[in-house]
Design a protein around this ligand. Sequence first.
Ligand code: ZN
Length: 281
Amino acid sequence: MPEPTPCIITVAITGSLPRKKDNPAVPITVSEQIESTHEAFEAGATLVHCHVRNEDETPTSDPEKFARLLEGIRKHCPGMIVQFSTGGRSGKGRERGGMLPLRPDMASLTTGSCNFPNRVYENDPELIDWLAAEMKKYGIKPEIEVFDLSMLFKAVEMVKEGKIDPPLHVQFVMGVKNAMPVDREVFEFYIKTLHRLAPDATWTGAGIGKDQITLNRWSLELGGHCRTGLEDNVRLDKYTLAPSNAALVRRVVDLCPEYGRRPATVAEARAILKLPPWPPA
Ligand code: ZN
């Protein structure tokens, strides 16, 4: 029997919500972020999902901060896949893609709108097209953030229209309050639908809060990749704060053997996502 696909572990180090008060381990400054990413990389993460913050913790899309973060990660975590967030808290409209000329390996792209805990997560069709066009222009692979099924259909349509280059990489996000809850049957249906519409696609599962580990387990079991990190969850369990992003990465690494999986190396992660090889030829 062929070996099961190694698991790409994404670490979402910071996020855009003020979390320092919930857990002081959330890295805020660029140097804290580089250090936290390096620790997570050593623990087994091969992809880092990044937001940047101002000193007062408010989110920003300042390209200068993204540039310093990218440089630090490339230096200290050779081959690690760097993904910038184009999520909605860091700026208005096109500001959210202002750092794409820095050419990270990947960037997040949410292909629709939905409700979040205290607001509408707004992604109008014109902005989605513009972000996708910028990613294409700079050779950046999008990670499609799927908060509900319509976003998956939209991404497949964009491939057909030539707005996104295949193969798709999709992340199914569950457990954001007021968006799609954590539901096993829906999760399986997402995967089945992805396989039907885009047989060459790859996918990651992301769960928010206490359900981070639920989605880690389901993704390992069903052949997908895993996202963890302090952006989505700041606790190891009900009683224990996660001491670092690396601790959350280790939790996934430790789960892998239960499902006959192992963490991917950077070379494997790049091959699975059809990104340029590391080290460069
Ligand atoms: Zn994010």
